[in-house]
Design a protein around this ligand. Structure first.
Ligand SMILES: [Zn+2]
Length: 361
């Protein structure tokens, strides 16, 4: 069955002002099986899954804020009218996949224990502060601070973090969990740590569909917050081995096995290129810049992916797992410092998209 677009909000531009690479909204990807797709898969442009089990349905992930979660729910109302959402699955703990959970707090919400453990690693109030603080920081011409302010402000501008209460999944599991809803088997497999500590993928064998969460980005540079790289690549290989016709990535257009292979190739490429530079004693920020600006990088499909600067975060993760001594700040401060460096790198890559992230107006 060829995936079919059914309906959507019909916006002419993406949340970051880009021309959409695919149409936003609800797609039927297999009989009674759906995805809510958001172009172009940049910050918070998260894809959602919906499986209609005949009288009850299962939602895979929620959006970054309540407004977009409600918009998505209105967009799938024709299905949930006859098959109400009976359970939710969170693929991982990043806010853009679970900060709409509070709208489902009376229902079972499934996630790995490691995901639940990481649910509070960021707080909506901190992001709101950064969004508004960013407006002020833009005018401070201190080492990268104005770029950082602009970058964060643009990243958060489409979203409203007010009124969000982080709602933990109430059905934790480890390794494997099979939900059987009205005789439809939904197989959840823990593949983390990698992108985050508690990544999971969702497979519906009878529908020949898989939902990858954020171990798979398509046309968008993936990021490894947690690592190590081995389980992340093993998770991608598992995804690729599933007998499915369609894979819904966490971000970007609908995918098939060859798209997964390209992401595996990206990880092998950056792993090798960064490891060589790490062994030469090169700091991760410099190594990242060299790799992105190399002729070899330019020859590969990932040279055209959104947000190439995210490699900086993955480089820090790789260096940490290689045991390199890094002068990084702890916890949330460390994340902010990574974002500051990513912003500086982004501004030095003027051709990269989304353009709004790196262009002062
Ligand atoms: Zn995401």
């Amino acid at each position: 069955m060829i995936p079919t677009w059914l309906s959507g909000p019909g916006r002419a531009l993406t949340r970051f002002g880009e021309t959409p690479a695919f149409t936003e909204g609800l797609y039927r990807i297999a009989p009674d099986t759906y995805a809510w797709m958001v172009p172009n898969g940049s910050w918070g442009e998260t894809n959602i899954g919906l499986i209609d089990c005949g009288g009850a349905s299962v939602l895979i992930d929620t959006c970054w804020d309540l407004r977009y979660t409600r918009e998505m729910l209105a967009g799938v109302a024709d299905i949930t009218g006859h098959s109400p959402i009976e359970a939710v699955i969170n693929t991982h703990a990043d806010g853009d996949h679970c900060w709409g959970n509070q709208l489902f707090q009376d229902r079972p919400i499934y996630a790995t224990q490691a995901c639940i453990h990481q649910m509070h690693h960021m707080h909506p109030r901190s992001l709101s502060a950064l969004k508004h603080g960013g407006t002020l920081m833009r005018y401070l011409p201190l080492a990268g601070l104005h770029q950082f302010g602009h970058y964060m402000h643009e990243m958060f501008k489409p979203y409203d973090f007010g009124g969000i209460t982080i709602t933990d999944p109430n059905q934790g599991f480890s390794r494997h969990k099979t939900l059987t809803i009205r005789s439809v088997d939904i197989v959840i497999t823990e593949v983390g740590p990698g992108h985050t500590d508690g990544d999971a993928i969702v497979h519906v064998p009878s529908r020949r569909v898989a939902y990858a969460g954020d171990i798979l980005f398509v046309g968008v540079t993936p990021v490894m917050w947690s690592g190590p790289i081995e389980p992340l690549v093993a998770g991608l290989s598992l995804l690729q081995s599933l007998d499915v016709d369609v894979i819904v990535p966490g971000h970007g257009p609908l995918a098939t096995a060859p798209d997964v292979q390209t992401v595996i190739d990206y990880w092998h490429f950056v792993h090798e290129a960064l490891h060589r530079r790490c062994q030469q004693g090169m700091p991760p920020a410099q190594a990242t810049r060299e790799v992105i600006c190399s002729a070899d990088f330019a020859r590969h499909p990932w040279a055209h992916w959104d947000s190439p600067e995210r490699l900086l975060t993955s480089a820090y993760t790789l260096y940490r797992h290689w045991g390199a001594r890094l002068h990084s700040l702890p916890g949330k401060l460390g994340v902010m410092n990574l974002m500051r460096q990513q912003a500086m790198l982004a501004f030095s890559l003027p051709q990269a998209s989304p353009r709004v992230m790196r262009h002062m107006r």
